[in-house]
Write a protein that binds this ligand. Structure first.
Ligand SMILES: *Cc1c(COP(=O)(O)O)cnc(C)c1O
Length: 500
């Protein structure tokens, strides 16, 4: 049976998976969702005999039904290969009554690699299937992390090009070095003299600029987005939830069918939504614990049923979770309303006009397996230090938010269900905050000195991603004004502006 994808705002007819992956965002600002949820067609016991790629195939084939087995296995093989620094791809580490699922063994040492290493292959395969011969041009604005993960994913993938804009003075030194040393021949990285919002607005303008799109079409090029709302990013994330379960089963940490909890450090709600999709597949998931930092809009939402973004934006030590509009929550809203696109559209319009909406009691009931929690900056630092002192295991700030939320949850609820904490970044990526927490004082040393100290403290060698940027030559040094972003894109793509 083909699984089709429908717009959460109800506009247009349902389309195939490959078409939804090419389009990314649906019309009217909606997102694509499966019209029905498939079920796992192999037992967790059978899946436990497979490696990561095998499990990933068994999950993705259920959602991407218009891809052939050969196509899908091909995409998976090209994504989850020796780009990862461990064969397990997503290893589990036990520490202090929980299992940490390390999703940071890819190219950029953060969990976005899990999806962005396969998305380019899903996209180029989708283009072929749909007889789209245009070159795919990815435009991305980044506040630091997504940019490098997207660059690494699309680097040297035939039929694609990628252009990344970042705020020139708004990312960490390590983040900037990761991007500007990117070697892929089809990649461009440009620093913008503005903040992240300026980059984002500039990119959005280009996506909707009809003249630019026409000029590109004449040259056989078309824009696409690697945004986290693409179903081609969401579905690959479902795989590691199933994988984690099968590893615990294989190692006899749990019995067949025994429910487990997941704790997810949450920003845009993509990662935890993938957990919900895994549960819908039939995976025995008990609680989905949604961990927020001080930007706790999701905590308040799950507590009260009211989503209210009218509040101050707080900069924290877990920047990838500093978000007030969690885009992927829209999918949960839609499903919890009984797949009601009209109801969802009504709420999303309220969010747009008033900055707030309230769900019904019945919808809230549907979300009962989500348990919200949040950690302050102090809680987060305290968690890193405490876990290190108890076990020697060092976690990053995002993971620490989840770990702290889990600690309070466990103490308050007495729930001793086996629990997996989703570890979304390597501590090396946020070494300054991590070492400040471990030492209990602000660390003022040079980034690389701190990294050396972290390697000694955690007793792990620095990941290849860090080793490389110490010596890699800078390949990209373009800096532009906000107003010149389009000019830069035209330059890179070789499309001159004819009018003016
Ligand atoms: C993006 C990101 C998150 C948040 O994930 P969402 O899918 O946006 O909820 C958490 N931690 C890290 C390190 C990230 O990069």
């Amino acid at each position: 049976m083909d699984i089709l994808y429908r717009n959460t705002r109800g506009i247009g007819e349902p389309i195939k998976a490959s078409q939804a992956i090419l389009k990314g965002l649906a019309e009217g600002g909606g997102l694509y969702v499966p019209t029905v949820f498939p079920k796992l067609d192999k037992s967790v016991k059978e899946l436990a005999e497979m490696d990561y790629r095998g499990v990933a195939y068994e999950v993705m084939k259920l959602f991407f039904t218009d891809y052939t087995e050969e196509e899908l296995r091909g995409c998976i093989a090209r994504a989850y290969d020796d780009k990862f620094d461990t064969e397990e791809i997503a290893p589990l580490v036990e520490a202090d009554h929980a299992y940490y699922m390390e999703l940071f063994h890819g190219k950029t040492i953060a969990f976005k690699d899990m999806a962005l290493s396969i998305l380019p292959h899903l996209m180029t395969t989708a283009a072929k299937k749909n007889n789209q011969t245009d070159e795919i041009v990815i435009l991305t604005a980044t506040s630091g992390d997504t940019g490098k993960a997207a660059l690494a994913g699309f680097a040297d993938v035939p039929g694609t090009r990628i252009i990344v804009f970042y705020p020139k003075n708004g990312v960490s030194r390590v983040q900037e070095l990761q991007m500007v040393t990117e070697k892929g021949k089809n990649t461009t990285v440009i620093g913008v003299l503005g903040n992240f919002d300026d980059c984002q607005t500039g990119v959005k303008k280009m996506f909707t600029d009809e003249t630019l799109k026409d000029d590109m079409a004449k040259r056989g090029m078309t824009f696409s987005s690697a945004n986290s709302i693409n179903i081609g990013r969401l579905v690959p994330q479902v795989a590691y939830y199933v994988f984690a379960y099968t590893r615990l089963l294989k190692e006899e940490r749990i019995k067949d069918g025994e429910p487990i909890n997941f704790v997810v450090p949450t920003g845009n709600f993509g990662n935890i939504l993938a957990c919900y999709y895994a549960k819908k597949l039939g995976l025995p998931v008990a609680k989905m614990i949604c961990a927020s930092n001080e930007n706790k809009v999701l905590y308040d939402f799950f507590e009260t049923g009211t989503y209210d973004m009218r509040r101050k934006f707080i900069l924290t030590s877990s920047p990838s979770m500093d978000i007030l509009i969690s885009s992927n929550l829209e999918r949960l809203i839609y499903h919890s309303a009984g797949n009601d696109a009209a109801k969802n559209a009504e709420l999303m319009n309220q969010l747009k006009t008033d900055g707030v909406y309230q769900i019904t009691g019945a919808m809230k009931q549907e979300m009962a397996d989500f348990v919200p929690g949040f950690a302050s900056e102090t809680d987060t630092a305290e968690e890193i230090r405490m876990l290190y002192e108890r076990t020697g295991y060092v976690i990053d700030t995002h993971t620490a938010v989840a770990s702290s939320v889990y600690r309070s949850y466990r103490e308050k609820s007495g729930d001793i269900t086996p629990t997996v904490i989703v570890s979304t970044a390597s501590p090396f990526k946020f070494a300054r905050s991590v070492m400040s927490a471990v030492r209990g004082a602000e660390d003022k040393r040079d980034d690389f000195e701190i990294i050396d100290d972290l390697a000694k403290t955690a007793n792990v060698s620095e990941p290849p991603a860090i080793r490389e940027i110490r010596t890699a030559p800078v390949k990209h040094n373009t800096v532009c004004e906000i107003a010149d972003m389009q000019k830069e894109v035209r330059g890179v793509l070789g499309i001159c502006k004819t009018e003016e």
